[in-house]
Ligand binder design. Structure first.
Ligand code: KG4
Ligand code: ZN
Length: 358
């Protein structure tokens, strides 16, 4: 079954064609991130305008493997089985661009369409067949044993789920305030990396680690001893700011050390809580996904923590980095494994779509 998926929840415009939920036939992503640089954060109006500019070129590009002859509707009619589109959570203006495009395609071609929750869909990046990189993901989808614990860790969300099978999800806990990605993004701004976000913090932290030094800075690990499966990262932001203010000068070495300590704090908390959930639910697999899952230190620490578990063998699954950040491949995968197709007239943008009632 071939699904054409569209994702426009924030500042990425993405389209993909995926076969049977696992095989990528095309995957195209455009981003307006750099347009927002001078504003110090994403400007919803600018993001929506850029979505409009990118939508049709990205769609056309994603349909290339289908041998387009005259128009885009014929190949969709003849070669695509279903459509999928993100309906929330996200920015209303951005969401509407993808949704209206998908509705038009569904209306003209008569194909069923699946509304997709962007946050839940992230975890289905783990079900995609991919041998592109040397991540800890050593096995294919067939080897994901259940029950599984899934950590979705992105710019706006830090959520833990229990999967009893590929369809049966239960929300276990999430962030009470800032998401882990947000903590990375705010740290990046404080340390002078602008909108560089997590990747900029990770790069600075790597420079500190390369020198094999021990950090003199000690930041809190919020809620690490708390027995719930919730997270909180807003206090960390204040702690970094206080630490930053306590130094009269900010040499590159200090910036790298702070980046390292922030990354250690966030990754320690994410791993401790995920392993706590895995222990509680006797999980056989751990799936991580979302933009922060692209963080190499998180991957490395997750892998070694899991290897140290003596009496509970667990497999770790991590998508290749380009499938962690926003794209339409996992939107198609979600639609294939868990989607509930409907008619185009039932689709509407849901900017505040719940990630807990799943
Ligand atoms: O999933 P995503 O692309 O978009 C959302 O749905 O939010 O996640 C974006 C988040 C941003 O906060 C970004 O800074 C973070 O993922 N991120 C990273 C890395 N790559 C992206 N954080 C830490 N290390 C990275 N390598
Ligand atoms: Zn996302």
């Amino acid at each position: 079954m071939k699904i054409l998926a569209i994702e426009t929840s924030c500042d990425e415009t993405a389209c993909a064609v995926v076969e049977d939920g696992v095989k990528i036939l095309s995957n195209v992503v455009a981003s307006s991130t750099t347009m927002h640089e001078k504003y110090g954060g994403i400007v919803p109006e600018v993001a929506a305008r850029e979505q409009l500019r990118y939508m049709l070129p990205i769609l056309t590009c994603a349909l290339k493997p289908l041998n387009i002859t005259s128009n885009i509707y014929e190949p969709i009619k003849n070669q695509i089985d279903a459509l999928a589109v993100t309906v929330g959570p996200g920015l209303i203006g951005s969401l509407l661009v993808g949704i209206e495009t998908a509705k038009t395609l569904a209306l003209v071609t008569g194909k069923p369409i699946t509304p997709v929750n962007h946050v839940l869909a992230h975890m289905y990046a783990n079900f995609i067949d991919s041998d592109q990189e040397n991540s800890p993901r050593a096995t294919s989808r067939g080897n994901i044993a259940f029950p599984a614990i899934s950590l979705v860790v992105s710019g706006g969300h830090t959520e833990l789920y229990l999967l009893q099978n590929v369809k049966d999800l239960k929300w276990l806990g999430g962030t009470l305030d800032d998401a882990a990605g947000e903590a990375f993004d705010k740290t990046a701004r404080l340390l002078g990396f602008g909108n560089g976000g997590g990747p900029a913090v990770a790069a600075a932290a790597a420079k500190f680690r390369m020198k094999n030094q021990k950090s003199k800075i000690s930041l809190p690990r919020p809620l690490i001893h708390d027995t719930t499966l919730n997270f909180s990262f807003s206090g960390l932001k204040t702690a970094i700011w206080r630490e930053w203010k306590s130094y009269p000068q900010h040499a590159e070495e200090l910036i790298n050390e702070l980046a390292h300590e922030v990354q250690e704090s966030i990754t320690d908390v994410l791993i401790t809580k995920t392993l706590r959930a895995a222990e509680k639910y006797q999980a056989k697999s751990i799936l991580i996904s979302g933009g922060v899952a692209a963080n190499l230190r998180l991957r490395e620490k997750f892998k070694s923590s899991i290897n140290q578990l003596a009496n509970q063998p667990i497999n770790l699954f991590v998508p290749p980095a380009p499938l962690c950040t926003d794209n339409a491949v996992y939107i198609a995968a979600y639609a294939y494994f868990r989607g509930q197709p409907t008619g185009w007239h039932n689709l509407t943008a849901l900017p505040d779509l719940s990630v807990e009632e799943v």
